[in-house]
Design a protein around this ligand. Structure first.
Ligand code: NAD
Length: 360
């Protein structure tokens, strides 16, 4: 298969971790007889320095013409970097928001997987972490409270602020369909998280999700209130497969789920639109504290590349090969500094990339 991937290295550790992910993609291409063409684009601080803005229209056009986008991370030290003296719409993060909006990315997928080898990093009690977990949070990304009407005004002499949480049935249906499709490729269970005991938007969410579920009789649907979900995530995370939820609940629950894996450098993410097109990036940031030192953990970005193959190119065997290689490297005891513990072998970012390539 011939595919074009727009690649945005970004700032901080971005170029280092993306470099390793591209080596992994090249290894997969060679082994499975594919050809990947990379179209490198700028976004974030490096684009501010080179073009005066965090994302140019030309870069967006290039991303749109690719089959998928692989991103490192953007931004710098928010206290010391001159990028953060600029108005907020000119800062590095504005580029990412603009890109997500231009590409119509409404579904954010964040897997949270506890590797047995890294179980000691999990902050939960051993009796819980020893069961392991492998869930995927599917968060709606373009609706809800963050995009609803808001205002702050004085009413009868009292300053009052208002945010609104709006979803229409089409916005709910399209993400529910994504969740059921993804669940079919995993353990065939969707937990839809809402606050249907209080919110109208949640009652509509529940109704539409149930309608969509009728088309997926092989997938089990359960509903869970968001407050209970936050508790269940730390009490019994092994019960979850795909967790489907609206924007703000997903924002909070996906961070909670990342936290219980104990290792941000291991967590990939994907943002999808209605087609097979997607943007794939590590869940962490640009880690300016370790940038340029060959210390970063490239696994989150390498696993993002694996999600790219799985969800945008429907290359299941190829994605499995990457994930198995990562698993093998961990079993063999290799660790970058963020996941290092006594008795394991400390390796640099590029060595970790090579070890994974060698096991594909
Ligand atoms: P961060 O995720 O960059 O770093 C937090 C801590 O985790 C640091 O100690 C860092 O060294 C470590 N870390 C993160 N990724 C790692 C990896 N792959 N390997 C080893 N260690 C890793 O979060 P922050 O410090 O709050 O933010 C730094 C910059 O990143 C800010 O400018 C922020 O706005 C930006 N940011 C960008 C994105 C994105 O590009 N999507 C996401 C979050 C933060």
């Amino acid at each position: 298969m011939n595919k074009k991937i727009a690649v945005i290295k970004g700032d901080g550790i971005g170029p280092e971790v993306v470099g390793e992910a591209v080596k992994v993609l090249d290894t997969v291409a060679k082994k499975f007889g594919h050809s990947f063409e990379y179209d490198y684009q700028l976004m974030g601080g490096c684009s501010i320095d080179a073009c005066g803005e965090p994302l140019t229209d030309d870069a967006i056009a290039h991303c749109k013409s690719a089959d998928a986008v692989l991103l490192g991370s953007i931004g710098g030290n928010t206290t010391t970097s001159p990028w953060y003296k600029l108005p907020s719409d000119k800062r590095p993060e504005a580029g990412l928001l603009k890109l997500r909006k231009s590409l119509g990315l409404f579904a954010n997928l964040r897997p949270a997987l506890l590797y047995k080898e890294l179980a000691s990093a999990c902050p939960l009690k051993t009796e819980i972490s020893s069961k392991g977990f492998d869930m995927l949070i599917m968060r709606e990304l373009t609706g809800g409270l963050y995009f609803g009407e808001r205002e702050t005004k004085e009413i009868d002499g009292v300053v009052t602020a208002k945010d609104t949480l709006t979803y229409n049935e089409n916005e709910i249906r399209r993400i529910a369909i994504k969740a059921f499709e993804v669940a079919r490729k995993r353990c065939k269970k969707v937990t839809s998280v809402d606050k249907a005991n209080v919110l109208d938007s949640s009652r509509l969410w529940r109704k539409v999700t149930e309608e969509v579920a009728k088309d997926y009789p092989d997938v089990t649907l359960e509903h869970m209130l968001v407050d209970n979900s936050a508790m269940q995530l730390v009490k019994d995370p092994a019960q979850f497969d795909v967790v489907l939820t609206e924007n703000m609940f997903g924002d909070i629950l996906s961070d909670e789920a990342s936290m219980i894996t104990g290792s941000i450098g291991m967590l990939p993410s994907a943002s999808l639109n209605e087609t097979t097109f997607g943007l794939y990036e590590p869940s962490g940031g640009s880690a300016p504290d370790i940038a340029g030192q060959n210390k970063a953990n490239p696994i989150a970005t390498i696993l993002s590349a694996s999600m790219l193959l799985r969800y945008s190119f429907d290359m299941q065997k190829e994605a499995d090969a990457i994930e198995n290689a990562v698993q093998k490297v961990l079993e063999e005891g290799y660790r970058t500094c963020d996941i290092y513990s006594e008795g394991t072998s400390l390796v640099a970012c590029d060595q970790m990339g090579k070890l994974i390539c060698d096991r594909i």
